[in-house]
Design a binder for this molecule. Structure first.
Ligand SMILES: Nc1ncnc2c1ncn2[C@@H]1O[C@H](COP(=O)(O)OP(=O)(O)OP(=O)(O)O)[C@@H](O)[C@H]1O
Length: 711
């Protein structure tokens, strides 16, 4: 094998025999029968067998080899624009040959352009010919030979024998076979079939992957995913965490100090919703156990996740442990800090403790002080960006890590964070060997099928109820040509005491352009309505300036906030009731929903205006139309997430394209949810009763990736 071929195979991930046999055809060609030339329809790809009548090089309209062939039914031409002298020789007059290609009618009569040539006397194949995905540097015949060889060499131990699934019921994939009975394909059968299916199989069932052999493959793949996730959960459960039981109001507290969590409920000024109470209980129950919690808290925009996180933090601090909260952006972290500081700083102060702030852009001295406070345990709650979990941060006793918008940290970061925590715990001794509990928060609800596939190792708590008194946000689509009208309306509303956001277009991959756009819009609005106090917010501003603008808007001093997408998540100014999103067609669906979620957080009726421009073509793309329509049709974050998944596919939805995490190759979460459910029930049984098969299955499907997950 040449290095170039090795490289091409590596690129496709084809290293082991199992990788080769799991590399499945994109489509098939039928070379199992010879079609008489006269019977081949225009556009049909066929195999013909004929005798060469003439073979000559034509120079007009360009140099080409034209071969006339004839069988008993008629004749046609084979045309080659690139050819070797050896090919010309092989097609000498009188030779019988087979040609496989697309028959076309044309100016020069019926012809095949660049057909594939085969010897006439070879026996015809008995199976369809697979066409594989190949990259540069590989040819179909070469890869076919490699796969055939791999199929011959490999022993495919069946990892899903009947004993593994009798307890969950029969696989939901069997369809009647020829004999009218149900049949469950073994992996070996399914693979051999899919590489070389017999010619009588309905092609449609191979192409749409509904054939039982395909279904078997999808089950395999989904099971590998489920097993790995359950295994990660098992590994985690073998680790120890501090048991942080909720401190009750005992006698001592009745006389004196209430636990923090009870005090917090008194200062927040509202009653928890039933959904909030339920998820707090779920979280508290996890934290009371001595195995690390690994829970995802999800809730629609504005559903009140922050207070739930704060209560979890209080439970942790009540038990004498520190809590770290981190958010992906400084603005978001800052928001959390402000809110938690306002709620908890006075309560902590009474105990001689404090809330600390850690971010990338922080003065050295301030940072040193914070680090000292974290190490001494004086800072019980630490809020910030990634800086919170950097190596230099040494907690005295960390009990809980809360990660906001965890999907933005990416799957890899999530794993690396977890692994690092584990390593640290392993190095430490005694009480320090405990691993902290983890609570992830997400405002982008994850559709159930996705959560089951990619977050099967997480427990999920869902806030499925909004605080009382909210009126649904009304969403309108407005063409950019009516911009002046919109500005006038916005001005009227702001003069009446309402507040508005104006979000500027996102320009792909260019923060600089983003910025100039926001600045231009800011200037345009100021010129149009000079009496309305306005602020501008973008990610490149110095932190202090950002804080000043946010504070001005939060206090109501600024009527309009012109911003880039920095305000996408977490920004909470309940008085704001109008959201304008410029060039809404450029945003993703979940992103639009997040932005819209900045309004409708108080009692005022709120509106979201999606300003769209049709660009040079005068038309919106179909996906842009789908997104905008979905926004108008529903306010429900779960429905939005479902449609977003449909439009973008799981890779983009999860943002895992960049992170290199394994995605499903064969299964489709839209059509194969029933297979997913079945494998989900199967995985824990296999791990418990047939760990040997489970391990083999994971190795087979995940190979190196699985080692990485375990590391
Ligand atoms: N039970 C409740 N009753 C009344 N108001 C509440 C309740 N819970 C939360 N709130 C208020 O609702 C607003 C939204 O809450 P919060 O900021 O926690 O939402 P969120 O779930 O984090 O939303 P997002 O994901 O959009 O940031 C806040 O002003 C908060 O104080």
């Amino acid at each position: 094998m040449t290095p170039a071929i090795r490289k091409a195979l590596d690129k496709l991930g084809l290293v082991r025999d199992i990788d080769l046999v799991l590399h499945l055809p994109l489509r098939y060609e039928d070379e199992t029968k010879v079609v008489p030339i006269a019977q081949a329809r225009d556009g049909q790809t066929v195999l013909i067998e004929a005798q060469v009548q003439s073979c000559e090089i034509q120079l007009q309209p360009r140099r080409q080899l034209v071969v006339t062939v004839q069988d008993a039914s008629g004749s046609c031409q084979l045309r080659f624009l690139h050819f070797y002298p050896s090919q010309q020789k092989a097609m000498a007059v009188g030779t019988r040959l087979r040609a496989h290609g697309e028959m076309r009618g044309g100016f020069w009569g019926r012809q095949m352009v660049h057909p594939q040539l085969r010897k006439a006397d070879a026996p015809l194949p008995t199976a369809l010919t697979p066409v594989y995905p190949i990259g540069k540097g590989l040819t179909q015949p070469y890869l076919r030979r490699m796969i055939v060889a791999a199929l011959q060499r490999i022993t495919l131990v069946e990892t899903l024998p009947q004993e593994c699934w009798t307890h969950v019921g029969p696989p939901p994939v069997a369809v009647p076979d020829g004999a009218g009975t149900q049949r469950w394909w073994t992996l070996a059968q399914a693979l051999r079939f899919l590489h070389h299916p017999p010619p009588d199989v309905p092609l449609q069932t191979l192409e749409d992957r509904s054939h039982p052999a395909w279904q078997r493959l999808k089950v395999e793949e989904l099971l590998a995913q489920q097993l790995s996730q359950w295994r990660i959960r098992q590994i985690r459960q073998a680790h120890a965490a501090p048991a942080l039981a909720v401190r009750q109001r005992g006698r001592k507290e009745e006389a004196g100090e209430l636990p923090l969590h009870a005090q917090l409920l008194e200062v927040i000024g509202f009653e928890l919703t039933a959904a909030q109470r339920r998820v707090v209980e779920e979280i508290a129950a996890d934290m009371a156990r001595s195995v690390p919690m690994h829970r995802l808290l999800q809730g629609d925009v504005g559903s009140g996740k922050t207070v739930v996180a704060a209560l979890a933090a209080c439970i942790c601090m009540d038990a004498g442990y520190q809590c770290a909260l981190m958010a992906p952006t400084e603005i978001l972290a800052e928001q959390h800090f402000q809110k938690l500081q306002a709620w908890l700083a006075p309560l902590l102060q009474a105990r001689g403790k404090r809330v600390a702030w850690l971010a990338g852009k922080q003065k050295k001295k301030e940072r040193a002080q914070m680090l000292a406070d974290v190490a001494s345990g004086e800072a019980m709650l630490v809020v910030g960006t990634h800086a919170v979990i950097q190596d230099s941060v040494d907690f005295r006793a960390l009990g809980l890590v809360i990660i906001d918008e965890q999907h933005r940290f990416g799957v890899e970061q999530r794993l690396s964070l977890r692994n690092r925590q584990r390593d640290r715990a392993a190095q430490a001794t005694g009480d320090d060997a405990l691993e902290p509990h983890m609570l992830m928060m997400s405002a982008t609800p994850i559709p159930r099928t996705l959560a089951m596939t990619y977050y099967a190792d997480l427990s999920v708590s869902t806030i499925d109820e909004l605080p009382p008194g909210r009126t649904p946000v009304v969403t309108r689509l407005v063409a950019d040509s009516r911009r002046d009208e919109l500005i006038a309306r916005l001005a009227r509303q702001v003069r009446q005491g309402r507040q508005a956001y104006w979000v500027c277009p996102l320009i792909e991959e260019s923060e600089v352009l983003d910025l100039s756009n926001a600045t231009a819009t800011f200037e345009e609005l100021q010129a149009a309505i000079p009496d309305v106090p306005m602020g501008l917010l973008h990610s490149r501003m110095p932190v202090a300036e950002k804080q000043a603008v946010m504070a001005g808007f939060a206090s109501g001093a600024l009527g309009v906030l012109v911003a880039t997408t920095v305000i996408e998540v977490g920004v909470d100014v309940p008085n704001a009731s109008l959201m304008v999103i410029e060039h809404a067609e450029r945003f993703g669906l979940s992103q639009l929903h997040q932005l819209r979620g900045r309004v409708g957080r108080g009692s005022a009726a709120s509106a979201c205006v999606l300003l769209y421009a049709t660009g040079d073509s005068g038309k919106l793309s179909d996906t842009a139309k789908d997104r905008l329509r979905a926004m108008v049709e529903t306010n429900d974050g779960f429905e939005i997430a479902r449609r977003d998944l449909e439009i973008r596919g799981p890779g983009e939805f999860m943002g895992v394209h960049q992170s290199g995490a394994s995605l499903l190759r064969f299964a489709d979460l839209g059509t194969d949810a029933h297979l997913l459910e079945w494998t989900r029930a199967l995985a824990p049984w296999m791990l418990a009763h047939r760990p040997d098969l489970a391990e083999l299955h994971m190795q087979r499907w995940l190979g190196g990736k699985w080692d990485y997950l375990k590391a």
